[in-house]
Write a protein that binds this ligand. Structure first.
Ligand code: HEC
Length: 241
């Protein structure tokens, strides 16, 4: 398979008939999309974390490891892929890609890569680092993806699939030492609809679909989100925490 065929096959698999209105993307959203693409296509887009550049109307990353490039043009709102063989492939409107990239992966290995890449950097965040009201190791900063943000603003009692929050954990200081994350991966109103992940100083604190360690305390919130009305004001606490 050529690189372009491989890229096309991947896109056919991940973009089943998405029709969304086209919206211009911010630099932060484009960078988050590139970071997400690097996690999903390491055989084409390596090394991960290559900085973005701007030239000729493109915001792009050129990968020195594979000699491929991926880019975004604001004037036509399209994503492009330039193979090492020089073939330019137009991958289509950026909007459905942004929708996909905003949902963190629901597995431990890919979640860690997503967090390391800070592929959530364009989400809405607490204005500053603040002390946590709970067991999250001290100082925190919470990032909320657009799906959850809209749902919270609407006052939904159950958040839609694709809702996600990521909390950066700073312990007693201001250097990031870990993350806690929650992603609604399945419809419904139970805690098993959320994927949970927390890591601190390189140690996995808790992880899994519906893991009771997280869900039992978060059940005090609105659909397990402590960002809903009333927060998680009556946490039951966890033995051993
Ligand atoms: C003892 C209760 C308790 C436990 C256990 C707990 N949390 Fe939380 N969590 C909270 C509270 C309270 C907040 C909001 C206050 C704050 O910012 O710390 C919160 C906030 C969060 C947030 C930010 C989004 C939100 O809902 O506000 C995430 C993400 C999160 N927790 C993930 C986890 C994960 C993953 C686990 C399990 C490994 C977990 N939590 C375990 C009480 C808990």
């Amino acid at each position: 398979m050529t690189r372009c065929t491989r890229m096309s096959a991947y896109l056919v698999a991940i973009l089943p008939f998405l029709t969304l209105p086209s919206m211009a993307a911010t630099d932060g959203e484009v960078d988050d999309l590139f970071a997400w693409a690097e996690i999903n296509l390491p055989q084409l887009l390596s090394p991960a974390g290559t900085p973005s550049q701007v030239s000729g109307g493109y915001r792009y990353r050129y990968y020195s490891g594979t000699h491929d490039a991926i880019g975004y043009r604001a004037d036509d709102n399209q994503i492009y892929y330039l193979g090492a063989d020089g073939a330019l492939l137009r991958l289509g409107d950026i909007t459905p890609y942004l929708e996909l990239a905003r949902v963190p992966p629901g597995t431990a290995a890919e979640m860690k890569a997503y967090l390391d890449a800070r592929a959530y950097s364009s989400w809405s965040a607490d204005p500053a680092i603040r002390p946590s009201a709970s067991v999250h190791f001290g100082n925190v900063r919470t990032w909320t993806n657009p799906t959850l943000k809209t749902s919270l603003a609407t006052g939904n009692l159950v958040h839609p699939v694709g809702s996600a929050a990521i909390k950066e954990l700073f312990g007693g200081g201001t250097q990031r030492r870990g993350w806690a994350a929650m992603v609604r991966t399945r419809a419904g109103s139970g805690g098993d609809g959320w994927y949970w992940y927390e890591i601190f100083d390189g140690q996995l604190v808790g992880e899994g679909q519906g893991t009771a360690q997280c869900a039992s305390c978060h059940s005090a919130g609105t659909d397990f989100s402590c960002q809903g009305p009333g927060g998680c004001t009556t946490p039951v606490g966890m033995a051993g925490w």
